[in-house]
Design a protein around this ligand. Structure first.
Ligand code: SAM
Length: 289
């Protein structure tokens, strides 16, 4: 098979199969030959391991994963790519393609059925329009996976890997740091894709935590507080929480004092420990009622 990072090879396969890129599905395929081997290596694809990939495209990353891992299961929503993948991945017998929306797949069941006895990692060049829902779905379900190595838009990578309590932090920062330890791996320029997107990208790896770094009594409440706090990130925590939790300001003031958080702090200044203290104090408040 000719290299799948060769633009004229991709164009020829596409033309022959009557395939055109779907912008709505985030279809920007990698044509920089150094990127996929690095994602596969740094994502931990190895002979004993299983890999879940999200979004195969023409199979350029899928092939690099299959070369290194025991088995690759790839979830691809676009059925027009199936005949193309049959052709481009014909040399491999350790790849299974599932034609589904990743957000609708029963992932715990998939892992149990497909990867018995294997350690599992996730590697993908994500469709950017659903970066956060995919990451949250992978993390919140507490799947038995070691790590998630993904290419995302550069700004999303910076936000995800930011230190909680720093200016770049957002709700996703707190959520990701609760479930995993994220790190920036390497930048990827827009020219590395066909077609070239309007943004630059970066590859990040989230090493899944065995145990969250903070103790919270009620995770749902913890995430309600985080999302509420970042809902209006320019306002003070006193005002945002009062409207997000539908609580009188006096009560929120009491809550903040008990949790040791300044009432005029902004959400981005709060650490994971602050959010946990707030959620736990709120839980106590509600229990006492
Ligand atoms: N892995 C290929 C590469 O790196 O060249 C393609 C990456 S492209 C950025 C994203 C891929 O995700 C596309 O093939 C697209 O069809 C697929 N995709 C988009 N939304 C999806 C969804 N909800 N579930 C599964 N796959 C999806």
């Amino acid at each position: 098979m000719e290299p799948l990072t060769n633009r004229s090879v991709i164009k020829e396969i596409m033309e022959r199969n009557g395939f055109t890129f779907s912008k709505a599905l985030g279809q920007n395929f990698i044509v920089n030959p150094s990127v996929c081997p690095r994602i596969a290596e740094q994502g931990g694809a190895s002979p004993e391991r299983g890999v879940i990939e999200i979004g195969a495209g023409v199979g350029v990353l899928t092939a690099e994963l299959a070369r290194r891992a025991k088995k690759v299961v790839c979830i691809e929503i676009d059925s027009r790519l199936l005949p193309i993948l049959d052709e481009t991945l014909a040399e491999f017998d350790n790849i299974k393609i599932i034609n589904e929306d990743v957000l609708k797949v029963n992932l715990p069941q998939l892992i149990q059925q497909e990867f018995s006895g294997m350690e599992v990692v996730v590697c993908a060049n994500l469709p950017y329009y659903i970066t956060s829902p995919i990451l949250m779905a992978l993390l919140e379900q507490r799947l038995p996976i070691r790590s998630i190595t993904v290419m995302v838009q550069k700004e999303a990578a910076q936000r995800i890997c930011a230190k909680p309590g720093s200016r770049q932090a957002g709700a996703i920062t707190a959520a990701v740091h609760y479930y995993s330890t994220p790190q920036m791996l390497f930048p990827v320029s827009r020219g590395s894709f066909l077609p070239a997107p309007d943004v630059d990208s970066a590859v990040i790896r989230l090493d899944v935590n065995q145990k969250p770094p903070v103790e919270v009594r009620d995770e749902k409440l913890f995430f309600t507080v985080v999302r509420g706090a970042f809902g209006q990130r320019r306002k003070t925590i006193l005002n945002t929480l009062s409207s997000a939790l539908a609580m009188e300001k006096e009560k929120v003031r009491e809550l903040l004092e008990k949790a040791g958080v300044r009432e005029n702090a902004r959400a981005e200044e709060l650490t994971l420990e602050d959010f946990a203290a707030l959620a736990n104090c709120l839980w106590d408040f509600r229990e006492q009622r």
